[in-house]
Design a protein around this ligand. Structure first.
Ligand code: NAD
Length: 484
């Protein structure tokens, strides 16, 4: 059932930061899987570019070790691994200096797709763009892939957009939000825009509210110092949760084409109302039995940074007026779970006895674990005993639907990198989208920074601070349980 693999055009893909954590864990294993499945043509080439000294052979060994570490044994076909390593080369490059650029220029071929993946610290994005341009390495149609975070606020995002725009056209810039590469997220668009069933009901008249949850069990661990300058609002809400909200709330685009889709998402971000501070709960995890507290992880005993946030958001337009969106994300929570719940209203009048039971339909879109969707439908409880109602899920778990093929569904990164090579920007953020998202988050962050708001403490392994539950209870609603 997994769709046919269509090879992309021959390409040179340069991974700046090709020895980094992201390259080892996601980018290179993803590229290997695309190669193994026949999506890379003869003439595909991947060049790792980073600061460390290494030759091509050293890089082959380095990548082979990463594949073994980050892919399951069954994914490793020795012939495919050898073939994949044969595509790889390495160049030592200094993003902020002169070293390596002439060699890189020499290695690039003409007449193939050129892509440059900026998998390095954001402070180096500008320097890389400038040098690619100055050394005439990037062809006019070359693409650059920019990792997150894209800025730290509106001013820095604008400055970065301006720097990139000095050297590259917007059509060449691919800003990654890997949530958009997830199978379920794209399926959300398929479900909304190719079924007659949902779209007529997709509005405030029929939808009570929407919940978006991205919960993690891990703490900030080794990233503590970086995370402490960011927090859940910048690290998760401004990008991933905002993108999910856009896909739920946007109007149907006229075509599944980059600007048609991104124009609609931008309208949603611009329609977001400023959030009332009473509708935001910030939290920070306490130490658990065997786990450090947030402030210990961040090595900052006085930190006011949030590792959890829950908020009620309104999209001020005709479709959504009066239907709130509740967003929640946090670290060190009870379960690792990302999902969107669209809760429909109860029927306006029940024809059954009061004690028969009554509830509302829910469409649940699960991003992890068990990617898939289910829709709860109220039916009669089977058997004798009169009319009693019960909710049953119509389950569309991909693993069940796809059987063994489910393991072969591409990971978000591999799908997105192939989109870069194909030149399809639909699942990437446009510069104005990112700026609009910061324009909405900046005043919220500025207010709590000015007030020196202290996040509420919550227990490791919990559902977050009590106040987050109250945020929902106040509106006679409740979060769906966190389960993995
Ligand atoms: P990392 O610190 O593990 O690796 C950094 C890489 O950059 C190394 O290959 C290093 O050699 C190279 N580098 C550093 N300075 C350089 C210079 N002056 N010139 C050339 N190369 C240089 O970082 P990472 O975790 O792989 O993250 C890379 C990017 O991806 C960052 O923007 C990060 O925010 C983003 N990101 C990472 C993850 C993740 O899970 N690691 C997740 C999402 C986004």
């Amino acid at each position: 059932m997994v769709s046919r693999v269509i090879p992309v055009d021959p390409f040179d893909l340069v991974i700046f930061g090709g020895t980094g954590d992201l390259a080892r864990r996601k980018i290179l294993p993803g590229l290997y899987r695309r190669f193994r499945d026949g999506q890379m043509p003869d003439g595909a080439r991947i060049i790792g570019a980073a600061r460390g000294e290494m030759d091509d052979k050293g890089y082959h060994d380095f990548v082979a070790a990463a594949l073994t570490e980050f892919l399951p044994q069954r994914a490793l076909d020795p012939t495919a691994v050898e073939g994949f390593l044969g595509l790889l080369g390495y160049i030592t490059v200094d993003a902020t200096g002169k070293d390596g650029w002439a060699q890189l220029a020499k290695r690039m071929r003409k007449g193939v797709v050129q892509a440059f993946y900026f998998s390095v610290a954001p402070s180096l994005f500008g320097a890389l763009a400038e040098r690619l341009h100055k050394h005439k390495i990037a062809a006019p149609e070359a693409r650059i892939v920019v990792e997150k975070p894209f800025g730290n606020d509106l001013a820095t995002a604008r400055a970065l957009n301006a720097t990139l725009a000095e050297h590259f056209d917007e059509t060449q810039i691919y800003r990654i939000d890997h949530y958009l590469g997830k199978e379920t997220v794209q399926n959300l668009m398929a479900v909304r825009f190719s079924n007659m069933l949902f779209e007529p009901l997709w509005k405030n008249q029929y939808i009570d509210h929407v919940q978006i949850t991205v919960a993690e069990t891990v703490g900030v661990g080794g990233r503590g110092a970086y995370y402490d300058t960011s927090g859940a609002m910048r690290d998760m809400v401004q990008n991933h949760l905002m993108q999910l909200l856009c896909l739920i709330a946007m109007e149907p685009p006229s075509k599944f084409e980059p600007d048609a889709v991104r124009d609609e998402k931008l309208k949603v971000i611009r329609a977001l109302q400023p959030v009332d501070l009473d509708d935001i709960v910030r939290g920070q995890y306490r130490a658990g039995a065997d786990t450090p507290s947030y402030t210990e992880d961040a090595e900052n005993p006085d930190s006011l940074t949030e590792s959890f946030i829950a908020m009620k958001v309104h999209v001020a337009n005709w479709r959504w007026n009066g239907t709130p969106f509740y967003l929640r994300t946090g670290k060190r929570m009870k379960a690792r779970m990302s999902e969107i719940v669209v809760r429909f209203k109860e029927p306006p009048h029940s024809i059954f006895e009061e004690d028969t039971g009554q509830s509302a339909n829910e469409l649940r879109i699960r991003l992890q674990p068990n990617e898939g969707m289910d829709l709860t439908v109220t039916i009669k409880e089977p058997g004798p005993g009169g009319m009693r109602l019960v909710d049953v899920p119509l389950d569309m778990t991909f693993a069940d639907a796809l059987g063994e093929d489910a393991a072969d569904v591409p990971d978000a990164y591999e799908r997105l990198i192939m989109d870069v090579i194909r030149g399809n920007q639909t699942l990437f953020m446009r510069g104005d989208e990112v700026e609009a998202a910061w324009a909405w988050t900046d005043p919220i962050i500025a207010t709590w920074t000015a007030r020196e708001d202290k996040p509420e403490a919550y227990d490791a392994g919990s559902t977050g601070p009590e106040e987050a539950l109250i945020l929902m209870h106040r509106d006679s609603r409740r979060w769906r349980e966190l389960t993995s």
